[in-house]
Design a protein around this ligand. Structure first.
Ligand SMILES: [Fe+2]
Length: 201
């Protein structure tokens, strides 16, 4: 009886490694354009998803900017309150990191595309760009507090609009996650700027 040889056992080294060698010659193309909605089985109309995604992407761009402003200030802070502010900035940064993921994943589950890269965020955000250089701690806090208030105002408006389009899940993310985190953090910050505080510019 003729025996059958497994071709994989007799393959040359080149043939074998071809099976596991990464192929980087890939045809580059987008499977979904930014702004397009893929209909998901979530019981929401495409129009509702599109409106919620637009609201969430603005919130995401502003939240990424605030997140990064916290790290900038964490690194650049100086003064008698260095340790306290250095640690608080990082706590707030980590909470903003969580928010970024919650917002981005909400956008994706609605069938949208989350804004992600720094250059795109820079084009979209409404938070004013801080200077590259170092600023006094009091100015850092003022700048962060103004960014928080801008996000708080925009988030309340966006939450109302999400309700209007019949998307309570997005309303909940905006209120329970984004709004309440920002309200808490702006309180922690601004208590450093009272008259009795050593933090002054
Ligand atoms: Fe650090």
């Amino acid at each position: 009886m003729a025996t059958k040889t497994n071709p994989k056992k007799t393959a040359s080294t080149a043939q074998r490694t071809a099976e596991v060698k990464p192929n980087l010659q890939q045809y580059e193309h987008e499977t979904q354009k930014y702004g397009e909605i893929v209909k998901m089985p979530n019981g929401l109309s495409e129009r509702s998803c599109k409106e919620s995604v637009a609201l969430l992407n603005q919130c995401l761009a502003d939240t990424i900017t605030l997140r990064d402003m916290y790290k900038k200030h964490h690194w650049q802070v100086v003064g008698a309150t260095f340790n306290q502010l250095h640690l608080m900035y990082d706590q707030h940064f980590l909470a903003q990191v969580e928010l970024v993921d919650i917002i981005a994943e909400r956008i994706q589950l609605l069938g949208g595309i989350a804004i992600a890269m720094a250059a795109d965020v820079a084009e979209m955000t409404k938070i004013p760009r801080p200077p590259r250089g170092r600023e006094p701690a009091a100015v850092q806090i003022k700048r962060l507090a103004e960014a928080h208030e801008q996000i708080i105002i925009a988030t309340r408006e966006a939450a109302d609009k999400a309700d209007e389009v019949g998307d309570p899940g997005t309303n909940d993310v905006l209120v329970s996650n984004v709004l309440r985190t920002n309200e808490l953090q702006v309180w922690f910050l601004t208590e450093h700027l009272v008259a009795a505080s050593p933090v002054k510019a």
